[in-house]
Design a protein around this ligand. Sequence first.
Ligand code: CO8
Length: 259
Amino acid sequence: MSVYEHIIVEGKGAVGLITLNRPKMLNALSFGVFGEIAAAVDDLEADDAIGCIVITGSEKAFAAGADIKEMQPKTFIDMFSSDFTAIGGDRVARCRKPTIAAVSGYALGGGCELAMMCDFIICSDTAKFGQPEITLGTIPGIGGTQRLTRAIGKAKAMDLCLTGRMMDAAEAERAGLVSRIVPADKLMDEVMAAAEKIAAMSRPAAAMAKEAVNRAFETPLSEGMNVERNLFHATFALEDRAEGMAAFIEKRKPVNKNR
Ligand code: CO8
């Protein structure tokens, strides 16, 4: 296991919990934080005990964006050479285990983008989402113009990216950015329950379901349908599929072997 300075990583049963932990800076995402998130995903993905990963922040802020104080002196070549966007973000998006973002308070800029890299977002009624980069004279750099547009459509994505305004939890749910809104004091209970439920499913089936849904973001419908069909057929090679259907017929709970 790696040693972490800016995040807390815990294994809670079959759920890996990554908690961003820079409270004084509202969990601003520095290069170091992104590097640690990537290392944590590496660790949790390699850990057979873990079936689902949750990323969360504090009650006040999931993350208020990339660390502006760290970014301010950077030049084009600094950013280009470091390939910052590839460090943490892509690692979360490439994770094959299911991931959930548990968002309370601010999820702005890179914070909103990090949440969108997860498979889905459950938020508290205090959540606020936005891409305020334009107010700093820059634009989103790790998915805010792309994943947000695919998630909520052009009209709202343009509105958020061009005005820099925040969207509250209710608007985010209406727009399809989040899957559920939960009272703030119940957020982690609800997210952990969802994560435990997912972790108890057949792991290869969950990975295939995730891969198929993600293809809808990246390919035309016909290609996505092909991927889905192939993966669906592939589930018939799983012992878990045979067990799942037998258990249904025998009116009992399935025992997944994750193969
Ligand atoms: N970076 C650095 N420090 C921050 C950040 C941030 N993103 N957000 C908050 N802080 C710090 C504040 O400076 C303050 O520190 P200090 O006490 O030392 O002054 C502390 O956190 C508390 O913040 P506030 O006093 O501002 O708290 P408020 O409750 O008054 O306001 C807000 C909360 C509205 C969230 C406000 O802090 C804010 O507007 N933050 C900035 C939001 C923002 O613009 N985010 C976008 C950043 S750019 C980005 O994310 C680009 C992503 C591209 C990824 C690729 C990168 C290379």
